[in-house]
Each structure stands twice: as C-alpha cells, then as structure tokens.
Write a protein that binds this ligand. Structure first.
Ligand code: KIV
Ligand code: ZN
Length: 394
C-alpha cells in the first residue's frame, strides 16, 4: 500500500477535479467564494490529487476564491486556469501564491477549425505562443499543465510538435482534451499511444485525459486513455460541465475499483465520500442528480422488479456489483411497486413490525397489486393501511 492506500501492484492514477472550473461552467451553476471553499474542502476529504479552483482572470471574486482555497486547502495541488497570454498567466500566478503546491493550467487551441476561426493564427504562431506562455507560467507556479484545446480534432503531428515545444519550455503535465466530446474510446487510446511514441521528452511529463460527454462517451474515453498511458484523469463530480458535461469522476473511480481484475490502476479517492460530495455539489450548484445516475443517483441501488428483489434478498451479489456503503450510500432500497413480489412485501412488512400468516400475506398481496396498479410507489403508510384492512376483514 502507498500513503493513499493504493495497493503496491497497482499503477497510481492522479485524479484532477475540475468541478470548480469546468463544472462551474454549466449553465446557472456559478458558486460564490464561500461555496467554492466548501466544495474544495469536500474534494480534499474525498482524496483528489489536484483541484482546479477557477479561472482567476474572469473576475475579482474568482481570483479571491482561488486565493482562499490556497490558504485553507493544503493537501491537494491547487490549479488555476489561464489562456496563453501574460495577463491571464499573471492573474493565475497571483491567485496561487499561497498554495502549498501550485499549478497553472494553460490552454491553447490546436485544431485547424479553432486556429483559423477563433484564434486567427497560423500553426507556427500557435506553436510560438505555447512556448512563451509555458515559459512565463513556469516562473509563477510549481507546476505547469499545458492543454491543447480541441486536441481530438487536431492534426496529430502538429499536436506532437506543440507538446514538444511546451515540454521544452517547462510543462510538467500534458493534457489531451476532447473538448467537444467528439472522439471514441479506440480512437482516443490510439491518439495517446501516438503522442507517447512521437513526442520528444514525453517521458518527462504526466499525460492527462480530459473528456466531454457530448456523445455520452466521456467516461469510456477516459478509461481508454488510462489504458493507453494517461496517468492523470480529469473530470467533475456528477459529470457537470459545459454542454453535456465532463467525465463523471465518481464513475471513473468506481470503474477502476470494481473492475480491478481488468484495470490494474488505483486512485487516492476515499470512495465512501462520493455520495456526500455529490449531494453537496448538487445542492450548491442547484443541478439535480438524475435518479438513475450511476454510483450517486437515488436509484443506483434501488430494485423494483420482483425477480431482482427476490435475488437481492437471497444474496446481494445477484444484482449488485458493489455495495452502496462503498460509495457512501446508506443502503440497498427495495422499492415496492407493481413489479414487486410477495417476498419483498413480506420483508418490508416485517421491517414495519407485521408478521403475517401465509393466508393474510396472500390477501394483502392481492390488494397491494390493485393499489400498485394505480400508484407508482406504494408507501409504508399505504402498506400499514392495507394490512390493517385485511386484519379487520378476518
Ligand atoms: O475542454 C477543454 O478543452 C478544457 C480546457 C481548458 C482543458 O476545458
Ligand atoms: Zn473541458
């Protein structure tokens, strides 16, 4: 085991949380200074390695929030975003001054579409800008991460030349973002292998994956990147972020944990804190978590079908690949509805203090199905009324 509890035979993956930067870019999700600080403390308790705390040039409040996080959150690396220009970089450096370990994250677009229409720069100019920006950032922070925005729609050889320039100028982390959620798992893995094989100096830096979910592939793409050599993975709690969001960190972490037979990788995340952190982020951003959301959704450990409930009552492993306690959810929930069977009804009634004879149970079950046909959920109060009605009738 290492200090973060990862088994010695596993490769350690750094978890980079950008809930407070990319996540906060979700429409309507903005957080004030105190809220950002509360989330940052929760992320520290969760055990993430890097917290991207914000984009300091955006506003004085944003800069102040990053400063306060640096002062109060000491274990993780604190990162601030900057475009590749001196004003952004100096604001980021200023915001990060008090961090125990600071990182400036520079991003610059490398795709033909972005260079032509957004930046209006030639590839040669972009290469020079990258080099100068990284060199400047190196003077303002302990670590520099360089991201080639829209990397997955960029020319692969050009991408490698830009990365080489960034590494020579002092970048410590090279990020290959799928900015518009366009890539597929096999293609993204191939890109990581290509960059690793064709970029001079790549062995001196950490390779990072950053995926968006426009095609619903962000988590799958992130896992493919890890298998292809990424040693840092970026994402947000609940997968919040621009448009369809970012890769959901809780899903990546639990995929690595649950499928350790397949993935020989570990993170420092305290998985029991996942649900609590998810609730906090949802409450503060005002973005609800969909009930069927993997890992942290209300229904992630709920079972309604009679066959499933019966299986769960016999052995939880029949229909659960992890126990809810492992991600901080309190318990498996058997939801009583029209798909439920006698077994689940008897169990719930016993929990409510009713031990019924087989005849009474049968009569109650028949009435229960009539009610369940009308109502989506049969509540405990409904059940008590049903049992008492049947008892009165006998
Ligand atoms: O999606 C993206 O390209 C980004 C960069 C700033 C890394 O969020
Ligand atoms: Zn992003």
């Amino acid at each position: 085991m290492d200090a973060s509890g990862v088994r010695g035979d596993k490769v350690r993956i750094q978890v980079f949380d950008t809930t407070l930067r990319d996540g906060e870019q979700s429409p309507g999700a903005s957080l004030d200074e105190m809220e950002k600080l509360e989330v940052a403390k929760a992320l520290e308790a969760l055990g993430v390695d890097v917290i991207e705390a914000g984009f300091p040039v955006a506003s004085p409040g944003e800069l102040k929030a990053v400063q306060e996080i640096c002062r109060q959150v000491r274990r993780p690396v604190i990162c601030a975003l900057a475009r590749a220009n001196p004003v952004d970089i100096e604001h980021a450096g200023e915001a990060l001054k008090g961090a125990s370990v600071s990182r400036i994250h520079i991003f610059l677009a490398t795709s033909e579409i972005h260079m032509r229409y957004k930046l209006r720069k030639t590839p040669q100019e972009v290469l020079e800008i990258a080099r100068e920006a990284v060199a400047l950032a190196r003077r303002h922070a302990h670590q520099v991460e360089f991201s080639a925005e829209d990397a997955t729609r960029s020319d692969w050889d050009f991408l490698c030349r830009v990365f080489e320039a960034a590494i020579r100028a002092g970048a410590t982390v090279i990020n290959i973002p799928d900015t518009v959620g366009y890539t597929t798992p096999a293609e993204y893995a191939e890109l990581f292998r290509y960059v690793a094989a064709h970029t001079e100096g790549i062995e001196r830096v950490v390779l990072s994956a950053h995926c968006h979910d426009d095609l619903g592939l962000a988590v799958a793409n992130s896992l493919a990147a890890i298998e292809a050599g990424a040693r840092q993975v970026e994402g947000t709690i609940n997968g919040i972020g621009e448009r369809a969001g970012n890769a959901a960190l809780e899903e990546i972490v639990m995929a690595l944990e649950v499928r350790e037979d397949r993935y020989p990788y570990g993170t420092g995340v305290v998985t029991e804190q996942l649900y609590r952190t998810s609730r906090l982020v949802s409450r503060l951003t005002g973005i609800p978590v969909q009930p069927n959301k993997a890992i942290v959704g209300e229904n992630a450990f709920a079972h309604e079908a009679g066959i499933h409930q019966d299986g769960i009552l016999k052995h939880r492993s029949t229909y659960e690949i992890m126990v809810p306690e492992r991600v901080g959810q309190t318990s498996t929930r058997l939801v009583l509805g029209k798909h439920s069977g006698r077994h689940a009804l008897r169990q719930r009634l016993a929990e409510l203090g009713y031990e019924l004879t087989p005849e009474l149970l049968e009569a109650t079950y028949r009435r229960f199905l009539e009610v369940a046909d009308r109502k989506k959920h049969v509540t405990d109060r409904d059940l008590v009324a049903l049992v008492e009605e049947q008892q009165a009738a006998t």
